[in-house]
Design a protein around this ligand. Structure first.
Ligand SMILES: *Cc1c(COP(=O)(O)O)cnc(C)c1O
Length: 375
């Protein structure tokens, strides 16, 4: 079965009780037990819920995993995956990860004795160099955020395996449609399902997927124990969004390429960061490890004023945080996704006040380009 078919037919698309083509919203907190000596499949919705079950099995299928866990947000998914680590553990993380992930590592997990070293993961030797005796995990994001840097995932996994590290990747930007990291040897895949998986800017959700039994039981312990589960209504919204994942990813990527090529030709644009461009330093690596480049890109304008003018002028692009929805979004990392990163650190990373990030939606690409044209 081809991937596009699997998105719709993975064994979890029908309600087993009624045959309904849309899994019902099992809006229940608790379940009657007919036989106290033989408890039913569902007991209490924090521990398990039929709508969430269908979603989790679908997510596992899409990532070629065996176990998936749905969380109340992408950050709940990131935090719950990291919470399988122990006090004293050390993490090597990519330096330009999502601002919220940076914040939770530096300001929350640090309190519990889990430390992190951030490195530029475009070079594998940087990973190797940061590994110490207590290092337990490698946390990747590829493409990174917001500069779309690319990590050689299989190469990073090889380094991690030599040191018996657990490998984790935030696969939000690519979505499982373009990249299935478990097939490259990654242990744990994380998503902000708020973005491409949901796709309609109507739900906050997260997911963690693995094919390792031991890691799965640890993650389930956190999901059930910590309790940041996704509610049944939001599970249904995600199931519904996922059905069009392929159509959205293909069309949004097509427009993203058009927008990126147009931006490159503008005299007032000084840099375009999009792995789909042939001169992007990670272009070859993405081609070897993924089936697409995604629909998120960023670019720099010649002046800060120009960046601000664009944000004031646009009518079709929403100026907002988030990405991955059917509607195009323009965001300003310094004030939005990366506001949590200290200014000095941001500047070191190249996240400047001239930088704009775009998430290309389903509108006509020509209209989107016209709307950006401030030249
Ligand atoms: C949005 C995002 C998150 C956080 O997800 P929420 O659903 O907002 O909690 C994590 N990682 C990446 C790459 C994101 O874009």
């Amino acid at each position: 079965m081809k991937y596009g078919t699997k998105i719709l037919h993975n064994g979890n698309e029908l309600d087993p009780h009624t045959g309904a083509l849309s899994i019902p919203v099992y809006q229940a907190s608790t379940f009657h037990q007919h036989d106290i000596d033989n408890l039913g499949k569902y007991g209490y919705s924090r521990s398990g819920n039929p709508t969430r079950d269908a979603l989790e099995k679908t997510l596992a299928a899409l990532e070629n995993g065996t176990h998936a866990f749905a969380f109340s947000s992408g950050m709940a998914a990131v935090s719950s995956a990291l919470a399988i680590l122990e006090q004293g553990d050390h993490i090597v993380a990519a330096e330009d990860i999502y601002g919220g992930s940076y914040r939770i590592l530096t300001e929350f997990f640090r309190k519990f004795g889990i430390s992190t070293t951030f490195v530029d993961m475009t070079r594998l030797e940087n990973i190797e160099r940061a590994i110490g005796p207590n290092t337990r995990a490698l946390f990747m994001e590829s493409p990174s955020n917001p500069l779309l840097k690319i990590t050689d995932i299989a190469g990073a996994v090889e380094v991690a395996r030599k040191h018996a590290l657990i490998t984790m990747i935030d696969n939000t930007f690519m979505s499982p449609y373009f990249l299935q990291p478990l097939d490259l040897g990654v242990d744990i895949v994380i998503h902000s399902a708020t973005k491409f998986l949901g796709g309609h800017s109507d739900v906050i959700a997260g997911a963690v997927i693995t094919r390792d039994e031991d890691l799965a039981s640890k993650i389930y312990f956190v999901q059930n124990g910590f309790g940041a589960v996704l509610g049944p209504q939001d599970c249904w919204l995600l199931l519904r969004g996922i059905k069009t994942l392929r159509a959205r990813m293909v069309m949004q990527q097509e427009s993203a390429i058009e927008v990126a090529l147009w931006l490159k030709k503008q005299s007032w644009v000084t840099n375009v960061y999009y792995p789909g461009l042939e001169d992007h330093p990670g272009h070859g690596i993405v081609k070897s490890q993924a089936t697409g480049f995604g629909a998120v890109l960023s670019f720099e304008t010649d002046t800060v004023q120009r960046a601000k003018d664009i944000m004031k002028r646009v009518r079709l692009w929403s100026v907002a945080v988030s990405l991955g929805g059917v509607e195009s979004i323009l965001s300003y990392p310094v004030k939005m996704s990366h506001a949590a990163v200290p200014q000095a650190e941001r500047e070191r990373l190249g996240i400047t006040e001239n930088l704009i990030r775009l998430s290309v939606g389903l509108e006509d690409a020509g209209d989107l380009i016209e709307d950006l044209n401030v030249g």
